[in-house]
Design a protein around this ligand. Structure first.
Ligand code: ATP
Length: 233
């Protein structure tokens, strides 16, 4: 029987009149690369914030490793590597300072692994966050998310705003760590084709509703016109 790292039942969320999530049910099996696809405003970030415990469910339940992320933030967050959509790294810090700062939060931070990742991502210790390109920023954020070897990665649009080659690099780096270490990954994207390429399972969010969970059926996809609506301009 497969274990589910994330289990969400009937999760709903309103912001004023806006129904951001409507009765979302989702299960992410251990060891899976799970892609969450949706257009701008579909509710992807809102869903991920509930998994991280940054938002409290207005109705429904969220369990991560069997725990309630709002009731037990250390129990959940210590096991998650998170990359936010906005990256949110202090611009005045160098990569070395980011290492020291992040390491202080995570007892399981692995300096040897962090150094391996730093070399793989071609970042230098003296580089300041404010001088990083978007691709380097994504790599730095990913490095910080990975270096305490969390069993679960929650990545909000890890490839957003990157050119196609860098995008492929980033996603391949994520997948490599999963294959190597049996992690579970939940990541969001606008791009159905890239999600399909790297994911074991896919869920599609549309205006807060979960339309479809894979195995992805091409007939359904074309019915919902998703390949067209998710293509980047
Ligand atoms: P994007 O790809 O543009 O980041 P998304 O799929 O991540 O979009 P969300 O950020 O989850 O979408 O937003 C879903 C809806 O909820 C949007 O209509 C958004 O404007 C609204 N929303 C999200 N957070 C808030 C908030 N704090 N206050 C008010 N409305 C919000």
């Amino acid at each position: 029987m497969s274990t589910h790292v994330i289990e969400i039942e009937n999760l709903s969320r309103r912001f004023g009149k806006k129904q951001a999530l409507a009765n979302v049910c989702l299960s992410v099996p251990e060891g899976a690369v799970f892609g969450l696809v949706g257009e701008n405003g579909a509710g992807k970030t809102t869903l991920l914030k509930h998994i991280l415990g940054f938002l409290k469910p207005q109705s429904g339940t969220v369990r991560v490793f069997g725990l309630d992320p709002v009731a037990d933030p250390p129990g959940v967050l210590s096991r998650i590597g998170h990359l936010s959509e906005t990256r949110d790294l202090p611009p005045w810090m160098t990569i070395r300072e980011l290492f020291e700062f992040t390491r202080a939060f995570y007892p399981k931070w692995d300096p040897v692994y962090a150094e391996e990742l730093r070399m793989m991502f071609e970042l230098t210790m003296t580089q300041k966050v404010s001088t990083l390109s978007r691709g380097q920023l994504a790599r730095a954020g990913l490095l910080l998310a990975l270096a305490h070897r969390p069993p679960l990665l929650v990545l909000d649009e890890p490839s957003s705003g990157l050119d196609p080659l860098v995008r492929k690099d980033i996603l391949d780096a994520i997948i490599r760590t999963v294959v190597d270490e049996g992690r579970t990954v939940l990541f969001s994207s606008h791009l159905l084709d890239e999600v399909q390429r790297v994911s074991d399972q896919v869920a599609i969010l549309d205006q807060g509703q979960l339309l479809l969970t894979s195995p992805l059926d091409e007939v359904l996809v074309s019915h919902f016109r998703l390949t067209v609506s998710f293509a980047e301009p």
